[in-house]
Design a protein. Structure first.
Length: 102
């Protein structure tokens, strides 16, 4: 769902589920115009116990940052980047929230 949402928003998907270590996986790596975007996707059935994006902890951000630096080392052509979170709640209706530059 997140991938389809981003494509409809004009993003070009480069990679999905990119593993850097057992602690670091980046869900989606995409291009938004000339900016490389590292996307963390969080999905919950309902928001009864909190919003999906609340599950992105400081530890998770640090692991994402570690992966970003490894990716940029392998792909030095990218100069601009950011971290986004796509939050999906499935019930009672599907709600997608895109938090940019987290």
């Amino acid at each position: 769902m997140a991938r389809d949402y981003l494509v409809k928003q004009g993003y070009k998907i480069l990679e999905t589920n990119k593993h850097f270590s057992r602690f670091c996986e980046i869900d989606i790596i995409a291009l938004d115009k000339n900016t490389l975007v590292f996307v963390e996707v969080k999905t919950r059935k309902t928001d009864k116990f909190g919003l999906p994006q609340e599950a992105v902890t400081q530890t998770k951000y640090q692991n994402i940052k570690n992966g970003i630096f490894l990716y940029l080392k392998e792909n030095p052509e990218y100069k601009k980047f950011r971290i986004d979170v796509v939050s999906i709640v499935l019930e009672p209706e599907i709600k997608i929230k895109h938090l940019k530059n987290q």
